[in-house]
Design a protein around this ligand. Structure first.
Ligand code: ADP
Length: 472
């Protein structure tokens, strides 16, 4: 049996800011446990300490370059998989996860601590599966800073959940590691004049994956490659695209405790009750027949906020209602704050992060908007389909791989898609969806059923990870 350690910066049920946490919370449970023993490690943030009772395993020193600190190791096995947590209060006992001036030092420490922690574990690790830039230095450290065989025999898989976040820092951050400076001078770690965690991972992991097939192809091009396309092209034979699934137990309209009324394919009328409840709770005019559109998202330019803002008047000029739940960029938040005044009882912007409300929105709305500029995979469109809410998405990355466009002739489809990142294409597709909703009701119902039947679980993708681990 191979033993795999997942290292990441967030994971459910402990802490979440985006899709990465969904993956870290659900994929480990779906890997074949007869072939692989999986453990996960996360930083111990304040929010986790406040909410969860963890078992203390021990303390260990982490020493590297400028860093000389003690780390605490904690554990929780209540989900059936061992989740480990690295405690270092100077770095992680804060409100929030990222966005601090010392993020480079914090995650340099975390990478080192994950490797030091291996000595504390009751089992030998065969594969470390790192996720996103926060853990990107682990493969090179294990291969080049540690000469001990226990480390050099470990294989490394690195998954890119979003290439736009790269962990690029000034050169001085090299001082946090005991790595020979030749790895900077030869260009491996160098990015502009500083160093890049993401680049290090791309070059030193044995296999690289990203979270959809389309995105795996897109990031080799200058348009989506975030200036790492050449580095990725160099590794393209080791780059796999494996689409994300979702935790279909947690995201299940039949049992979801956050819902006003549970429903399923067989009792789909329950969905309408959620719609009315949502309209009432958020102060919208209660009307089960109006097209209710929704969005649950980080509010960034990646998510297509510019298209939404540009076309807000035209959208709200139609017979529709709109609910947006999200937080992020200040400018976008301020623009969206106006919609409640501009369109009273027809549009709501809930500024913040609210897990329970997100469930109610996925269940209550008819159409879910995701006009992303780029989208490595996207989790929200998968959840929407599971809840019988049709996604309207841009044909990019994982959105293209997971949403089947409506075909008015064959009646196939699980949602609506448009190609170009333009306000006009976006609004064209919204108007088309509105027409289908009001005038081709049977087609709409059929699509809802198609969407709910779609397999959005981890089943197929977990098998691909299985193949990937076996290939190492
Ligand atoms: P990303 O990881 O780029 O943010 P994804 O679509 O992959 O986008 O995943 C986003 C996840 O975060 C989804 O599960 C979505 O429901 C959740 N989410 C995003 N914003 C919020 C919010 N404001 N409140 C609750 N959940 C949110």
């Amino acid at each position: 049996m191979k033993r795999v350690l997942y290292a990441a910066a967030e994971g459910l049920p402990y802490i979440k800011s985006g899709g990465l946490a969904d993956v870290i919370g659900s994929l480990p449970q779906c890997i074949d446990h007869k072939k692989y023993k999986i453990a996960v490690v996360l930083p111990l943030y304040k929010k986790i300490m406040d909410k969860f009772e963890l078992e203390k395993v021990g303390d260990f020193p982490v020493q590297s370059g400028l860093i000389n600190k003690t780390a605490g190791l904690y554990k929780d096995s209540s989900t059936g998989v061992d989740y480990y947590f690295i405690r270092q209060d100077d770095y992680f006992n804060r409100d929030g996860m990222y966005g601090f001036a010392d993020d480079g030092e914090r995650f340099a420490f975390y990478c080192k601590a994950v490797l030091e922690m291996l000595k504390q574990l009751p089992m030998k690790i065969d594969i470390i599966h790192t996720h996103d830039w926060h853990t990107g230095m682990i493969p090179i450290l294990a291969k080049k800073e540690y000469t001990d065989k226990g480390y050099t025999r470990i294989k490394h898989v690195f998954t890119i959940h979003n290439l736009a976040f790269q962990g690029n820092f000034p050169r001085e951050l090299m001082n946090c590691f005991n790595l020979d400076s030749k790895y900077f001078d030869n260009g491996d770690l160098k990015f502009d004049n500083g160093m890049s965690f993401m680049k290090a991972a791309i070059l030193y992991a044995d296999k690289i994956t990203t979270v959809s097939n389309s995105y795996a192809g897109e990031i080799l091009s200058p348009e989506f490659g975030e200036r790492l396309n050449e580095t990725l092209s160099y590794r393209k034979d080791d780059l796999w695209g494996i689409v994300n699934g979702i935790d279909t137990d947690n995201w299940n309209p039949e049992t979801d405790k956050c819902l006003h009324a549970n429903y399923s394919l067989r009792s789909i009328s329950g969905k309408k009750k959620n719609k009315l409840d949502l309209q009432r709770r958020l102060g919208l005019r209660e009307d089960e027949n109006v097209l209710l559109m929704g969005m649950v998202s980080r509010l960034t330019w990646q998510k297509g906020a510019s298209l939404l803002i540009e076309k807000m008047n035209t959208i709200m000029g139609q017979d529709v209602q709109l609910i947006i739940l999200g937080t992020g960029d200040n400018y976008i938040e301020n623009q969206l704050k106006r919609i409640e005044y501009d369109y009273p009882h027809r549009a709501v912007f809930y500024c913040g992060y609210d897990e329970a409300l997100s469930h109610s929105i996925y269940a209550g709305v008819d159409l879910f908007l995701m006009p992303s500029l780029f989208e490595p995979c996207g989790i929200s469109q998968l959840i929407s389909m599971r809840y019988g809410t049709l996604p309207l998405v841009r044909e990019v990355g994982g959105l293209r791989d997971t949403v089947v466009p409506y075909n008015e002739y064959t009646k196939q489809g699980t949602g609506f898609t448009f190609k170009n990142f333009s306000g006009d294409d976006f609004i064209y597709m919204i108007k088309y969806a509105i027409e289908v909703f009001y005038f081709r009701k049977d087609d709409w119902k059929r699509m809802v059923r198609n969407a709910m039947k779609e397999d959005v679980s981890w089943l197929k993708s977990a098998l691909l990870y299985d193949q990937l681990y076996s290939s190492l």
